[in-house]
Design a protein. Structure first.
Ligand code: KIV
Length: 266
C-alpha cells in the first residue's frame, strides 16, 4: 500500500480536496484509523489527557510520544504518520529540537508537529533544512494553556487576529508543510487558509480549512462527559463499550460464557 507523503498533502490543497486526519495512540487504533482512509494519523500529545488521564498535555514527555509512535507505526501502512513534539522537547534549543524530532522519525513518524508561531520559526527552519517535515500548530496551542488561562477560543480580537495571520505566514516561510488551526473563529481560519499556500487542518476552526482533524476518542464518543461544540460523535462509544462489557460480565456470572464453541477439546 502506498504511503501518503508530504508532497501529496500539498496536492490536496491544490486540487481543493479535503484532507482528513485523526489521532491514534496504539497499534489497534492506528490500524483502524488507517483502514478508514484518513490521510494523516497524529500521535498527539492529547495522549496525556485521553490515555494518561492528566488534565492537560504538559506532563507528556518525549519518551511517551516515542513509545506511542512506535506502537502506532506498527499498525499504519498508508496514512502519513505525524508525531507531536511534547512540551519541553523543542523549546529549550534548536539542537534539542533536532535531536528529538529525529528520534520521532526513527520511531516511525514521517513528520513532526510543533505548537507555536514566530518564536519557533528558527527551529522549524532548521528541522525542515535537515529533512524533518514540520506541521505547525496555531490558535489554541494547549501547551500554552497557563498563558491563555485555560482552553479558550483564540484570535477573537483584532490584535490577536493580526498576530495569528502573521504567524501563519512566518511558519509557511520557515518551511512548515501544513498547519493545524485550533479553536479559532471560522472566518479567521478561512482568511489564513486563503493567505498561505500550505494546507490548513482545522480542529474547532470551521469548515473553510483545507482539512479537518479530531481526536479519535472524541469521534467515537468514548467520554460522554466531553461534549464540546466542535466535536461530532460518530458513535456513542461510552455506552456501546460499557454495554458490551456488561454483557460479558453477565454471561460469565450466568455461566453462559465460555460456551461449548469457546472451549478446546482433548
Ligand atoms: O494532540 C493532539 O491530539 C492535537 C490535535 C487535536 C491536533 O494536537
Amino acid at each position: 500500500m502506498k504511503r501518503i507523503t508530504v508532497p501529496q498533502f500539498q496536492l490536496f490543497k491544490e486540487r481543493s480536496e479535503k484532507l482528513v486526519l485523526t489521532t491514534a495512540y496504539d497499534v489497534t487504533f492506528g490500524r483502524l484509523a488507517d483502514q478508514s482512509g484518513v490521510e494523516g494519523i497524529l500521535v498527539g500529545d492529547s495522549l496525556g489527557m485521553v490515555v494518561q488521564g492528566h488534565s492537560d498535555t504538559l506532563p507528556v514527555t518525549i519518551e511517551d510520544v516515542l513509545y506511542h509512535t512506535r506502537c502506532v507505526s506498527r499498525g499504519v501502512e498508508r496514512a502519513h504518520l505525524i508525531a507531536d513534539m511534547p512540551f519541553l522537547s523543542y523549546q529549550a534549543s534548536v539542537s534539542i529540537a533536532v535531536r528529538n524530532a529525529g528520534k520521532l522519525l526513527q520511531a516511525g513518524a514521517q513528520s513532526v508537529k510543533l505548537e507555536g508561531g514566530s518564536e519557533i520559526s528558527e527551529t522549524i527552519y532548521k528541522l525542515a533544512h535537515y529533512g524533518i517535515p514540520v506541521m505547525g500548530h496555531l490558535g489554541l496551542t494547549p501547551q500554552k494553556i497557563h498563558q491563555f488561562g485555560g482552553f479558550k477560543i483564540q484570535a477573537r480580537d483584532e490584535n490577536s487576529q493580526k498576530k495569528i495571520l502573521k504567524d501563519a505566514k512566518v511558519l509557511e516561510e520557515a518551511g512548515c508543510y501544513s498547519l493545524v488551526l485550533e479553536a479559532v473563529p471560522s472566518m479567521i481560519a478561512q482568511l489564513i487558509t486563503q493567505s498561505v499556500s500550505i494546507p490548513t487542518i482545522g480542529v474547532g476552526a470551521g469548515p473553510y480549512c483545507d482539512g479537518q482533524v479530531l481526536v479519535i476518542y472524541d469521534i467515537l464518543g468514548f467520554d460522554k462527559s466531553f461534549t464540546p461544540k466542535f466535536v461530532k460523535k460518530y458513535l456513542n462509544g461510552d455506552e456501546a463499550l460499557t454495554e458490551s462489557l456488561r454483557s460479558f460480565v453477565l454471561d460469565v456470572k450466568e455461566h453462559k460464557f465460555p460456551a461449548q464453541e469457546n472451549c478446546f477439546d482433548l
